[in-house]
Design a binder for this molecule. Structure first.
Ligand code: NAD
Ligand code: LMR
Length: 413
């Protein structure tokens, strides 16, 4: 298991590989190595802490830290001047739906949210104005407003610009969920058009916002929308695929298996978000790495099939909504924290060059401009190395579906 240390700059834990990749080009390797030595290892016992502290030349360490901290502190101060924390506008498209409602609630609770737009169609199970009125009574600073568009009409022309204008983050759980027997891929035809209609409106009203796509099939919709953004001259890195639920599930299942608290488990899940493309990297989490090798395949399969587990249990009445609301909000909060100058690392499905595929889920550093750095996969064991090939083979086909859609379409805005 790789040693992880906490970067005091943002309080997040990194492996050496992630850490050095992040600082590469900013500082000399030797300086990065020295800084790494100053970072506290994760979950180090107090006894060890003391022993190491005693052996260290403290004034030297402090001096180094000061020299190193300076440029970073400056960058941070600059970022903070650009965007004060706690003043972001967020929109949830499909905000009155199964995921949309809990997701809107979690976002309304985030201290970084100043204004929340809840947008949905007039056929939603609850009018978005009702969801907004309800959330508007929470004793939080966020102001919540509802927006509605008639089904069949285009958001880009019908939606009041006020809904999206000024948004820093747009979360999109709008779209059809699976029924038992369906694959996520079966949803592409209907959901790609829904996503396109909403992305079009984002391109017009808030082209600088991070657009986090929850709508399935994520593996194809994200490349489709990112390439459409690119075609329009916009930044495809603003389009982010939400795969956080896979990480949440992997950590939960590892907690159940080991009897450990999942709060302290963080299994990265790479690849994509469907079947075999969902690839938990158990070897990179300290707790998960203790699980017997012969149990890993079944655990891996459980994470891959977790969405189907919920679809079947809901028996034709939808897919994961509450756990997805929770997971989507975890990513949403991290994105806003990053925009506010407090970097966060989360797995997400984005345009990427860390493998031979153009889109891939891996750890991503979210910072002042959104996706700040796509981190490398890191070390894999033998089982994971083989699994990666299977994940990539399946993912490649689903990416191609998205790329073809982008070739055949364009954003009308
Ligand atoms: P739902 O049917 O309960 O809610 C979808 C909402 O979107 C509805 O309120 C609907 O009116 C609205 N909507 C549809 N078209 C719209 C449009 N053009 N503009 C605005 N709103 C629109 O579905 P759900 O359970 O919330 O799931 C939503 C999507 O999220 C599905 O595609 C599902 O597969 C996906 N999902 C993804 C993940 C993930 O991990 N990425 C997890 C769970 C579900
Ligand atoms: C999930 O993983 O729960 C979602 O992708 C919904 C689904 O269809 O499984």
């Amino acid at each position: 298991m790789a040693d992880r240390r906490v970067d005091p700059d943002d309080g997040a834990a990194y492996t050496w590989e992630e850490f050095s990749a992040f600082y590469k080009g900013k500082y000399k390797r030797k300086a990065v190595e020295e800084y790494w030595e100053e970072c506290k290892p994760v979950k180090k016992s107090k006894a060890k802490d003391k022993a190491k502290g005693a052996g260290k030349g403290e004034p030297k360490a402090k001096a180094k830290a000061k020299v190193k901290a300076e440029p970073k502190a400056k960058a941070k101060a600059k970022a903070k001047a650009r965007k004060p924390p706690g003043a972001f506008k967020v929109c949830v498209c499909g905000g009155a739906g199964g995921i949309g409602q809990p997701l809107s609630m979690f976002m309304a609770l985030d201290p970084n949210v100043k204004e929340l737009s809840v947008f949905d169609l007039n056929i939603a199970m609850v009018p978005p104005a009702g969801v907004a009125a309800d959330l508007g009574h929470l004793d939080k600073k966020s102001e919540v407003k509802g927006y509605v568009v008639e089904v069949g009409k285009a958001a880009v022309t019908e939606l009041d610009g006020e809904c999206l204008k000024g948004c820093s983050l747009v979360l999109i759980p709008a779209g059809m969920p699976r029924k038992p027997g369906q694959t996520r891929d079966d949803l592409f035809k209907i959901n790609a058009d829904i996503a396109k209609g909403l992305v079009e409106a984002c391109a017009k009203y808030c082209p600088e916002a991070i657009v986090a796509l929850i709508v399935n099939p994520v593996n194809s919709i994200v490349p489709a929308m990112a390439e459409l953004y690119k075609k329009k001259g916009l930044d495809p890195m603003k389009i982010v695929g939400v795969t956080t639920l896979d990480c949440v599930r992997a950590s939960k299942f590892v907690g159940q298996m080991t009897g450990k608290n999942p709060n302290f488990i963080n299994v990265p899940v790479i690849g994509g978000h469907a079947g075999v493309t969902i690839m938990p990297v158990f070897s990179q989490d300290k707790t998960a790495a203790t699980i017997d090798k012969d149990k890993i395949e079944a655990l891996d399969k459980r994470v891959q099939d977790a969405g189907t587990e919920v679809v079947e249990a809901k028996n034709g009445k939808g897919s994961a909504t509450l756990s997805m609301g929770y997971a989507g909000a975890r990513l949403g909060r991290s994105i806003l924290a990053g925009l506010a100058g407090r970097r966060r690392v989360e797995c997400a499905y984005v345009k990427s060059d860390i493998t031979d595929l153009p889109y891939f889920t891996s750890k991503v550093v979210f910072g002042e401009s959104g996706v700040q750095k796509v981190l490398p996969i890191g070390e894999l064991n033998e089982y994971e190395t083989t699994r990666l090939e299977a994940a990539k083979t399946a993912l490649k086909i689903e990416i191609e579906t998205g790329l073809k859609y982008a070739e055949a379409n364009e954003l009308n805005c």
